[in-house]
Ligand binder design. Sequence first.
Ligand SMILES: *Cc1c(COP(=O)(O)O)cnc(C)c1O
Length: 403
Amino acid sequence: MPAFNDPTHPTAPEPVPFIDLVAQHQTIKEEVRAAVDQVFETQHFVLGEEVDQLEAEIADYCDARHAIGCASGTDALVLSLLALGIGPGDDVITSPFTFFATAGAIHRVGARPKFVDIDPVTYNLDPQQVEDAIDENTKAIMPVHIFGQCADMETLWRLSVRNNIPLIEDACQAIGAEYRGRRAGVLGTVGCFSFFPTKNLGGAGDGGIITTDDAEIAARLKRLRVHGDVGGYNHVEVGFNSRLDALQAAILRVKLRHLEKWSEARRQNARRYSELFRGLNLLSSIDPPVTAADQRHVFNQYTLRIRGGMRESVMQYMRSEGVGCAVYYPIPLHLQKCFEYLGYSAEAFPESNRAADEVLSLPIFSELTDEQLVRVATVLSDAVSSVTALQFPSGGNTERKAA
Ligand SMILES: *Cc1c(COP(=O)(O)O)cnc(C)c1O
């Protein structure tokens, strides 16, 4: 491929991928290889020493007393609900604007997802609406730290204490996020994390972990993941096979050592986008993500809002220019076919619907170069101008820019 600055070979700019796990792997290849080899030498593949070590290190990282590894983030949610005794006849309050697994886990244990709408700025649960929704059937609140920023946990914690109902953090996108100086995973009764490869701490396959300060809940989680066995084939209740593999634990332990640096790079990228968007006068057409003053965002996604019904066209334009972008999430959960039985009207959660129509996530991975960040911002700006020009062919674009 000819060089960029070769005037005899004008080329299209390099595409910018939405996420580049290969780039990250290149930086830790040897460490991962050594960790994997070590597991093969021992031939201990399920739970065992590596998983114990990872659990201790994650507990330490989150400042939790206990961490219990399991097979996925979804299982972390299911196991937590079961460990808290939630099942048929119980309602669990959660957000309709999240990955499917949040509400899927509630349904799976036989309980009922009770949705309340989100805050339009943070896309997290609106605590006032949570308060209004609590009734005698409410047996837990499951806030999601969406995109890597914690929900308004102090308000939710108060509701949880006052009503004596547990608080389950769906922290699957938020490892290392902080709320008033405390880490995700210790802001509720239990915290659930996912090691899916695209999460900030991603394994080489599925995996998950649960954090808690409660020794009894921790003990129950430990037995639920191994068929309810308390040791010596004594099954005190019926559980699951939801164990974490030693290979995953070994790889995750390597990656955990880099996590702070990677999250800082994501935050740095987010700051750079804000600066570029300001420079490009984009702030009348888009709303970049807002990090509250008392929060540390870890940007599993960098999700902005595109105003004026332009999201689909802007996304098409960016993709045609080779810039990766994606919509998380295009369909709120109350509109999913499988949740029709819950009986919500399509308009029940207007902010969730509006978010689903307007959000767009841009590349934010740690290894992005400044050249790539500039390219993404420039193409976004071109996309917005081009779509605005199509929408307002009689000079609306010029007026808009002058305004
Ligand atoms: C990824 C994710 C999950 C599920 O995690 P898996 O490991 O894929 O099962 C649950 N909730 C949220 C918000 C997620 O982002």
